[in-house]
Design a protein around this ligand. Sequence first.
Ligand SMILES: Nc1ncnc2c1ncn2[C@@H]1O[C@H](COP(=O)(O)OP(=O)(O)O)[C@@H](O)[C@H]1O
Ligand SMILES: [Mg+2]
Length: 220
Amino acid sequence: MEVRGQQIRKEYYRSGTGSNIFTAVEECDFLVPSGKLTVIHGRSGSGKSTILNMLAGILKPTGGSVFYDDTDLYSMRDEELARFRNLHIGYVPQGRSAVPSLNVLENVALPYALYEEDGEEAAAEMMERFGIADLSEVMPDRLSGGELRRMAIARALVRRPEVIFADEPTGDLDDENTVAVFGALRELAAAGAAVLVVTHEEDAFEYADHIYAMNAGKLE
Ligand SMILES: Nc1ncnc2c1ncn2[C@@H]1O[C@H](COP(=O)(O)OP(=O)(O)O)[C@@H](O)[C@H]1O
Ligand SMILES: [Mg+2]
């Protein structure tokens, strides 16, 4: 499945900026091809999370459309979009995303549990891969930043999604875990997934098939 942003842009209302309209992402076309790992690199505030969230179905663009093959993402009803995202998209958000009342295993298996499916085996396998298998029963408030991050990545990948979005996925990881994360993303790309990573660091470059630069809302 490939993801195509067509003439997408995002404007925010912001008082005190002349017209009170702040353009976070200028109009652009963007393709996340299947079977590739695509990287958008740019400084903090350049609009990376905004474009990623528009492509991931989380943030409706001010203008333009997002297509997954022939499916127009934002023409779906909320419930339909939620189900579509759960089935096809793996999303690693920037920052914290643990459900505090669930243990690590339950957090990782959540994409299954939401639809009353059994995801324990798949979750255990992913946790093994990211070195958090021992933490199954531990609650998130006991985890380090790096462990929380690996848990979020395991959850995003647990359904082996066809499309993967990762927002600064290795920000708080050491070298070993950074390699594990990009290794897993590369493997999914090799299996045909469309993968987009946005980051202000350069550690993703050596794993990328395509690298774009984002600068003050402009994609280059
Ligand atoms: N909800 C919002 N309302 C107003 N401005 C926002 C909002 N979200 C983000 N912005 C602004 O849009 C710009 C781009 O933000 P973001 O996409 O998060 O950048 P990045 O991920 O590259 O750090 C920033 O200047 C940010 O302050
Ligand atoms: Mg961001």
